[in-house]
Design a binder for this molecule. Structure first.
Ligand code: GDP
Length: 197
């Protein structure tokens, strides 16, 4: 699957602009700065496919990437900028919820959590929202190279407990690092299982 060229093919700012739901989709979500762009680039072997660190206040949109016409990766806008206006936050939640609930081809959401920082209220809100939308999701710890091993181990236990608390969560948590390559092969295998043959 990942031998195929991954290409950007669509951006949507509104739900009436979505591309045809004609193949399985995996969405990437998480707080701004969680390492989402870096992870998408590491997975697809691109240097700058997903633009790193989009600015706060910039137009929020869903970016769609095609992987060999077998799978679509959906880059969701990062949430959690403290300075984002309330209206922007509500827009984001509305778009995310409606997209998640109404998208028949969405197979799984990878919800990224930064292993260096505490899980925040808006991460928990995102999990609740996914549960409510009954969208299957999987928790992925990013930047796993950064914490000391015992800290990372404790984090993993805590995140696995969170996964058990959410009906829509996949029980397995994936640890990744775009620096060392940890978890990249595993995540690629997960995506390949969800792709068209
Ligand atoms: P995004 O806003 O979620 O797209 O986050 P970015 O991909 O732009 O990454 C945010 C910051 O985290 C950047 O400074 C990256 O260099 C850093 N970063 C991303 N992935 C890793 C990682 O695996 N390990 C470490 N140590 N830093 C990372």
């Amino acid at each position: 699957l990942f031998a195929a060229e991954c290409r950007f093919f669509y951006a949507a700012q509104r739900l009436d602009q979505l591309p045809e739901p004609d193949r399985p989709e995996i969405a990437f979500a998480g707080r701004s700065n969680v390492g989402k762009s870096t992870l998408i680039n590491a997975l697809t072997g691109h240097k700058a496919l997903a633009r790193a660190s989009s600015q706060p206040g910039r137009t929020k949109q869903l970016n769609f990437f095609d992987l060999g016409q077998r799978l679509t990766l959906v880059d969701m806008p990062g949430y959690g900028y403290a300075e984002a206006a309330k209206a922007v936050k509500e827009d984001w939640q509305g778009l995310m919820f409606d997209f998640l609930r109404g998208r028949p081809t969405l197979r799984r959401v990878l919800l990224l959590l930064d292993s260096r920082i505490e899980i925040k209220a808006n991460d928990l809100e995102a999990m609740k929202l996914l549960d409510r939308a009954a969208v299957s999701f999987q928790l992925v710890l990013t930047k796993s190279d950064a914490p000391k091993p015992p800290v990372l181990a404790a984090k993993r236990v805590a995140v696995e407990a969170l996964a058990r608390k959410h009906a829509a969560a996949h029980p397995e948590v994936i640890l990744t690092s775009s620096e060392t390559g940890l978890g990249i092969t595993e995540l690629r295998a997960t995506l390949a299982e969800l792709a068209l043959p």
